[in-house]
Design a protein around this ligand. Structure first.
Ligand code: HEM
Ligand SMILES: [Ca+2]
Ligand SMILES: [Ca+2]
Length: 301
């Protein structure tokens, strides 16, 4: 599709190591940037392709849209870009920096690494209104599948990639309704394990601080492991959309395969996550003479 591993090998040989050391330095003082950057890359790729459109500042840009308000780690991408502009001016795209930094963030969280094809160019369009097709935390599995299929990602990619929720946190505002006002017929989401309810309630108390952050993978928010799928199996998912992957038979089998349930063809989460990330990172990429190489990641040239 026009990208290839090692695109900067001659034009900017230190590109990947500059990104890596920048992410590592920021991670050491604030590990929360790792899940932040992984999610940022996902939100970039699903809107106008993986073209750095999420990074652009200004009124009415993607950044200002509701699904992106809590994204974090922009300063890491800006910092890497600053250093890359000194080393090799005008060569390395912001879209590639973000794709590389997402991989490095997973590695720093004890997850898998993978070769990242590079050569993406930066887009010049960033519109808040385009974020409407991002998946939502109350989307049914059918709708989640549709939104991923629209980007060339199949159901296995969906389950593997949502496994990214093995790291990071969520604000109680996106989860507490499941315990206190689920819908017009029941107060509590029946897919929450009764044995988890009181713990969940103490994490996000009724009428508590809606901005309080809780792990998406209870007990393992900093480790890129299989525990997230185990939590879905035991009714301990935090997001409604995540727990639905267990409730729906069509995705439950995949969760079970990631868990290595006997009698099912096993799938290794780390291997499949890496494979699906390469697919996601290639959505709608601009290459060749499309787009531009931004001078700063927060503004078009
Ligand atoms: C159906 C698809 C998905 C939905 C509905 C969804 C929804 C959400 C929501 C509501 C949050 C919490 C945001 C906050 O409170 O700050 C979140 C966090 C997160 N998401 Fe997703 N997500 C989806 C797929 C993905 C994918 C494909 C990835 C990456 C491969 C991903 C990575 C993350 C990460 C790492 C966090 C934690 C962010 C942090 O700690 O700053 N998500 N997601
Ligand atoms: Ca984009
Ligand atoms: Ca985990």
């Amino acid at each position: 599709q026009g990208t290839r591993v090692g695109f900067y090998l001659t034009s900017c040989p230190r590109a990947e190591s500059i990104v890596q050391s920048t992410v590592r330095t920021h991670f050491q003082s604030n590990p929360k940037i790792a899940p932040g950057i992984l999610r940022m890359h996902f939100h970039d790729c699903f809107v106008q392709g993986c073209d750095g459109s999420i990074l652009i500042d200004g009124a009415g840009t993607e950044k200002t849209a509701p699904p992106n308000l809590l994204l974090r780690g922009y300063e890491v991408i800006d910092d890497a870009k600053r250093q890359l502009e000194q080393a090799c001016p005008g060569v390395v795209s912001c879209a590639d920096i973000l794709a590389l930094a997402a991989r490095d963030s997973v590695v720093l969280s004890n997850g898998p690494g993978w070769p990242v094809p590079t050569g993406r160019r930066d887009g010049r369009v960033s519109l808040a209104s385009d974020t409407a097709n991002l998946p939502g935390f109350r989307d049914s599995v059918d709708l989640q599948k549709q939104k991923f299929a629209a980007k060339g990602l199949n159901t296995q990619d969906l389950v593997a990639l949502v496994g990214g929720h093995t790291i990071g946190t969520v604000a109680c505002q996106f989860a507490q309704y499941r315990m206190y006002n689920f819908n017009s017929s029941v107060t509590v989401d029946p897919s929450i394990s009764p044995s988890f309810l009181s713990q969940f309630q103490s994490l996000c108390p009724a009428n508590g601080d809606a901005s309080k952050r809780v792990a998406l993978d209870t007990g393992s928010e900093n480790r890129f492991d299989n525990s997230f799928f185990g939590n879905l199996q035991s009714g301990r998912g935090i997001l409604e959309s995540d727990q639905m992957l267990w409730t729906d038979p069509s995705t439950r089998t995949l969760v079970q395969r990631f868990l290595g349930i006997r009698g099912l063809l096993g799938l290794t989460f780390s291997v499949e996550f890496a494979r699906s990330m390469v697919k996601m990172s290639s959505i709608g990429v601009k290459t060749g003479t499309d787009g531009e190489i931004r001078k700063v990641c927060s503004a078009v040239n």
